[in-house]
Design a protein around this ligand. Structure first.
Ligand SMILES: NC(=O)c1ccc[n+]([C@@H]2O[C@H](COP(=O)([O-])OP(=O)(O)OC[C@H]3O[C@@H](n4cnc5c(N)ncnc54)[C@H](OP(=O)(O)O)[C@@H]3O)[C@@H](O)[C@H]2O)c1
Length: 351
């Protein structure tokens, strides 16, 4: 068993992480807080458990541990998963990496730095080798980043299309869940019965991170994918699950039936056959029904790790392929991806 310190364990991503790591066959979670007010208290007394999974029995009895370096060492922590706000992660994560900790982080800071792997395991597990470059920073440990939630969902569907047909251009409109904004994110009076057509920084993240994740590894760096990604991102009154309306101009002619086939099969899935416990049987599920996927019905498919795709069709005027994709933002887009990356690191002997 590897002991994993979970930073930000009481937040929305942190709660999913603690639930996924509890009873995990390889990992044992230790909730850690940066707040001196919370350190030493029972996890169950501090956390406001609001996610739709029941809190596993016994989890609430854990003690929230202090973040002091000596404490982490005494606790025998093997690696760290961070669900901290980006503003805090900017300082905390590099400091831990310098001290020798391996960190898998959900925070957006550093995602685009050339030596930081930005991993969506089925799509670009091979980029993990960028870790070797981080030694040049003088770090004894390393940082691996989980992509932005919308980007994780989008790239899982674009990768098989790119590999088979090539991509010239992508346009995407997102309808993003409230939980994507975090525990304190959005007051009900702003979002109930409403749509907010702006999410700070999101469109840039989707554009740049998609090109990095779908880029090719060339020696010690990633050469970004050479197509543009136009994104328009919106917050909608859905609790969990980001829905994306995607438009793709492929290089080679593709029919909807061909797209459905490559998505269902997902050839070249980079972790196929590795036996990672959190890997879903099918990374992408394709629906034939014309009114699916829907967040309320489909967000939990594959324990929240499967992205659902439907309405695959061809635009009669342009020949572009159009489809709808849905993924669980705090699972596939955050906690689940972090656990899957950790499993990949363990398989590769890096933690
Ligand atoms: N929500 C999503 O769908 C999603 C998706 C992808 C990525 N992310 C990223 O994942 C991270 C966590 O997101 P979240 O939605 O879980 O946020 P959240 O609900 O606001 O939780 C963040 C947690 O971080 C700790 N924290 C908050 N402010 C802090 C501060 N000033 N100093 C130290 N610790 C602080 C707290 O944990 P403790 O009380 O336990 O210390 C808090 O519960 C963020 O970087 C976010 O951008 C979120």
């Amino acid at each position: 068993m590897r002991r994993v310190a979970v930073l930000g364990s009481t937040g929305l991503v942190g709660q999913r992480l603690m639930a996924m790591l509890w009873n995990h066959p390889w990992f044992e979670p230790v909730p850690v807080t940066l707040s001196s007010d919370k350190a030493g208290k029972r996890y169950g007394n501090v956390v406001d458990w609001v996610i739709d999974w029941a809190m596993p029995e016994g989890l609430g009895e854990l003690t929230l541990e202090s973040y002091e370096l000596n404490n982490l060492k005494e606790l025998g922590i093997d690696f760290v998963i961070s669900a901290l706000p980006s503003s805090v992660a900017t300082e905390v994560e590099p400091a831990l990496a310098r001290e020798g900790f391996a960190i898998v982080s959900n925070a957006s800071s550093m995602r685009l730095e050339p030596d930081i792997p930005l991993i969506n395991p089925e799509v670009n597990a091979s980029h993990i080798s960028l870790i070797e470059e981080q030694g040049k920073r003088g770090w004894k440990g390393f940082i691996v980043k989980v992509p932005n939630c919308t980007t994780s969902i989008l790239t899982l569907t674009l990768k098989p299309i790119m590999d088979t047909f090539g991509i010239d251009l992508v346009a995407v409109t997102s309808m993003q869940a409230i939980s994507g904004a975090g525990y304190h994110g959005l007051p009900a009076v702003k979002i109930a019965g409403n749509i907010i057509p702006y999410i700070k920084g999101e469109e840039d993240k989707v554009r740049e991170e998609t090109k990095k994740i779908l880029g090719s590894l060339a020696g010690s760096e990633v050469k970004k994918a050479g197509f543009s990604v136009m994104a328009s991102t919106n917050r909608v009154p859905v609790l969990d699950g980001h829905t994306l309306s995607v438009f793709v101009k492929t290089k080679k002619t593709a029919e909807p039936v061909d797209i459905a086939e490559v998505l269902s099969e997902f050839p070249n899935n980079e972790i196929a056959g590795m036996g990672l416990p959190t890997a879903p049987e099918k990374p992408v599920k394709v629906f034939d029904a014309t009114d699916r996927p829907q967040p309320r019905l489909d967000v939990d498919i594959g324990n929240g790790m499967t992205v659902s795709v439907g309405r695959i069709r061809k635009d009669p005027d342009t020949g572009w392929i159009k489809y709808v994709a849905l993924g669980h933002n705090t699972v596939r887009g955050a906690a689940g991806n972090a656990v899957l990356i950790s499993e990949l690191l363990l398989r590769k002997g890096l933690i």
